[in-house]
Design a protein around this ligand. Structure first.
Ligand code: NAI
Length: 330
């Protein structure tokens, strides 16, 4: 089976190429372009395409993939909010993903963002490099014995609950399902209670219609003053304009974001003054208590190995005509 691998970075090529000798039935061609309606036609002559978090796998792309005979979409990530599943189903294009390649990779990054934004490590690093050893503007608060509110307790949220518990925090959570593995140390409460009681709020639910702009001015107003907010899930869970308003109201001790609404747009490729002036991410970066990383939560050795092996196993399941727990449907 021939797979066209979009948006290939050197680390993807390394992790996949090291496993490919074990999969003689699969051939993979790596290209730098990401998948979108302009590049979908490159899939001519392939059986499957492999895409990632910022690929545009909307209806228009799927129309073209279908016309080119693609039967399998391999998402090498957990989220699939960028895929039009209805359209894929209409064309009988199977969609497979990698549901839990390394929950700890993302949860550890979420805690890193929480700690760094609370203790202003990003500022401290720059200050000391400039020979400024003063502590002004760097005061944080202890996480020990504070309350962590975890929204979404699937694989990553559960790992975050364990980390927060290990820090000596009280852990409360909100999810549509309760995760039985957490019953000894996590208290499930309403969303309102998470907002009102938490000193640290970390988002670990998927982006769906029901979670779009879950954090908005209304939910922000209900949070405790001095809360730390972390988002490592998807940018659009947070309404950025409202977050900026909340920061201006001094609601947050710290904000740590690994994902942001403008991801995948040309804002940071272009970097022209005019574009940056209107960029909400650039505005966020102007606040001293905000720390942003570039969607790197997944980026560990263990996670990349797991992504490569699960994606190739997904392709083998497809070839064998097997059902797969990693398949997503509308
Ligand atoms: P998961 O599917 O194991 O868990 C998601 C949980 O959210 C489930 O327990 C689900 O019931 C819950 N949920 C759904 N709707 C909810 C709502 N309205 N309120 C509260 N909870 C709700 O997914 P996993 O593996 O834990 O990943 C979570 C998210 O993390 C993914 O959807 C993805 O967007 C993001 N992610 C980010 C990465 C990064 O590099 N920053 C890497 C991997 C995933």
């Amino acid at each position: 089976m021939k797979i066209l691998f979009y948006d290939a970075k050197s680390y993807d090529i390394n992790s996949f190429s090291s496993l490919l000798p074990d999969y003689p039935k699969l051939t993979v061609e790596f290209i730098k372009s990401d998948l979108d309606p302009r590049t979908a036609a490159l899939s001519e002559g392939f059986d499957a395409v492999c895409a990632f978090v910022n690929s545009d796998v909307g209806a228009q792309t799927l129309d073209i993939l279908h016309a080119k005979g693609i039967r399998l979409l391999l998402m090498r990530c957990a989220g699939f909010n960028n895929v039009d599943l209805e359209q894929a189903a209409k064309y009988q294009i199977r969609v497979m993903r990698v549901p839990g390649y390394s929950p700890e990779a993302v949860a550890e990054h979420a805690m890193a963002l929480a700690l760094a934004s609370n203790r202003r490590l990003h500022k401290a690093y720059n200050k000391v490099r400039e020979n400024d050893f003063s502590l002004s503007g760097l005061m944080g608060f202890n996480f020990y014995q504070k309350t962590a509110g975890i929204i979404g307790t699937g694989k990553i949220g559960a790992a975050m609950c364990r980390i927060c518990h290990g820090f000596g925090m009280k852990v409360i959570a909100q999810d549509v399902y309760e995760n039985p593995s957490l019953k000894d140390f996590v208290e499930y409460v309403s969303m309102d209670e998470v907002l009102q009681r938490s000193d640290l709020i970390s988002l670990h639910c998927p982006l769906m219609d029901s979670t779009y702009h879950l954090i908005n001015i209304d939910t922000i107003r209900r949070m405790k003053d001095g809360v730390v907010l972390v988002n490592t899930s998807r940018g659009a869970l947070v309404k950025t304009e409202d977050l900026i308003e909340g920061i201006r109201m001094h609601k947050f001790a710290g904000v740590g974001l690994d994902v942001y609404e403008e991801e995948g747009t040309n804002v940071f490729e272009d970097r022209s003054d005019e574009i940056l002036e209107h960029s909400t991410t650039a505005r966020l970066l102007s606040f001293p208590n905000v720390m942003i990383t570039s969607h790197q939560g997944f980026f560990t050795v263990e996670a990349l190995d797991a992504i490569a092996s699960t994606t190739l196993e997904n392709a083998m399941d497809f070839l064998a005509g097997k059902e797969s727990p990693n398949e997503v449907s509308p």
